[in-house]
Design a protein around this ligand. Structure first.
Ligand SMILES: *[C@@H]1O[C@H](CO)[C@@H](O)[C@H](O)[C@H]1NC(C)=O
Ligand SMILES: *[C@@H]1O[C@H](CO)[C@@H](O)[C@H](O)[C@H]1NC(C)=O
Ligand SMILES: *[C@@H]1O[C@H](CO)[C@@H](O)[C@H](O)[C@H]1NC(C)=O
Ligand SMILES: *[C@@H]1O[C@H](CO)[C@@H](O)[C@H](O)[C@H]1NC(C)=O
Length: 303
């Protein structure tokens, strides 16, 4: 008993001394990493923790770090009771005391790919100085991929067919994987082009050449950005004589197999329910459902 009591007090006193013996009464704590989505608002979370609340803030700075320095990369400055911003896309979140914490999060509007990187928050007060670093990781979702084929129509068995799957405006650079209707992986037989756009995002274009077969006429492409973001398209080769006249040079475009998480499935289910309840006697569904997450719609290029 006595020994554990002594130990308790010894540790307690050591802890209090450790805190009070620092000349710093304040501490900056930041999330190591924050996620931002292209063109949306991003939040970089930092807070000031203090054991006493009544200190005077002399200066606060939010800057972007390059080569461990903040030179010429100051985004926001707080001085003489006012914030000033270098770029109007950057602002401070609510400056609010919550218990013993002051939130000093940085808001970034219309996040760009070039905003990705390390940021630093610095504060100097009459009771001490501290700083903290945080990283902004930016992602951009790829557009729904579009598959096209050459030739587009009147394909015969054993004919070579070139399929192209395009997706645009994503970040980081992604991959395009190809599968047939039995889910055999044909990715190794395809060639991917990654085309940078002006704003730092990427367009992807994957070309896959196959031999037409009426028993294996369905192909799928999957755009893989990161684990959370997968976009799909599927394409049915138009094998046999075309039904429409005058479309010989047209490229048939069949889309779309979209999965944007559960949201899309939810909207789809809602749509089908509405459609069915409106259509009444019309029994056939507009979109065959082939699984929980896959749906198909077909659109054909104009003549
Ligand atoms: C900072 O920016 C100014 C003007 O934009 C430039 O004249 C100056 O050389 C820059 N300083 C450094 C260290 O990059
Ligand atoms: C796919 O992208 C490539 C490269 O940008 C382009 O040349 C091609 O025309 C595109 N195909 C379609 C069907 O949009
Ligand atoms: C398909 O093949 C590609 C390239 O070999 C590979 O990166 C990918 O993981 C494969 N996908 C599946 C679902 O097996
Ligand atoms: C990327 O794709 C978009 C949409 O298809 C297109 O408007 C844009 O011109 C493409 N950019 C480049 C650099 O190919």
């Amino acid at each position: 008993m006595a020994l554990s009591d002594m130990l308790y007090w010894a540790i307690g006193i050591a802890a209090i001394q450790a805190v009070y013996c620092q000349d710093n009464f304040i501490k900056v704590e930041c999330d190591p990493e924050n996620q931002g989505v292209y063109s949306q608002q991003a939040v970089l979370n930092c807070k000031v923790v203090s054991i006493k609340k009544d200190f005077q803030i002399i200066k606060m700075i939010w800057c972007k770090v390059e080569a461990d320095k903040c030179v010429n990369k100051t985004m926001l400055t707080f001085e003489n009771g006012k914030w000033s911003a270098k770029d109007e896309r950057f602002s401070i979140g609510a400056l609010e005391w919550n218990e013993k914490e002051l939130s000093v999060s940085l808001l970034v509007q219309k996040t760009q790919v070039s905003d990705q990187g390390s940021y630093r928050f610095m504060i100097s007060t009459d009771t001490g100085y501290d700083k903290g670093n945080t990283y902004l990781r930016v992602t951009a979702p790829y557009s729904v991929p579009v598959i096209s084929s050459v030739p587009g129509i009147n394909i015969e068995d054993s004919m070579p067919v070139t399929l192209t799957c395009n997706a645009s405006g994503g970040y980081p650079p992604g991959q395009i994987h190809w599968f047939d209707q039995l889910d055999s992986n044909w990715t190794k037989s395809s060639a991917l082009r990654t085309i940078p756009t002006q704003d730092g995002r990427f367009n992807l274009s994957s070309v896959f050449t196959t031999t037409a077969s009426s028993s294996m006429a369905l192909y799928k492409c999957v755009v893989v950005n990161d684990k959370m973001d997968k976009q799909r398209a599927e394409y049915q080769l138009a094998i046999g004589p075309g039904k429409q006249e005058g479309t010989k040079n047209a490229t048939a475009i069949t889309a779309v197999f979209v999965v944007v998480g559960a949201l899309a499935s939810g909207i789809l289910i809602l749509y089908i329910y509405r459609r069915r309840s409106r259509a009444g006697a019309r029994r056939e569904s507009m979109f065959p459902i082939m699984g929980n997450t896959w749906f198909q719609g077909t659109a054909r290029g104009k003549r």
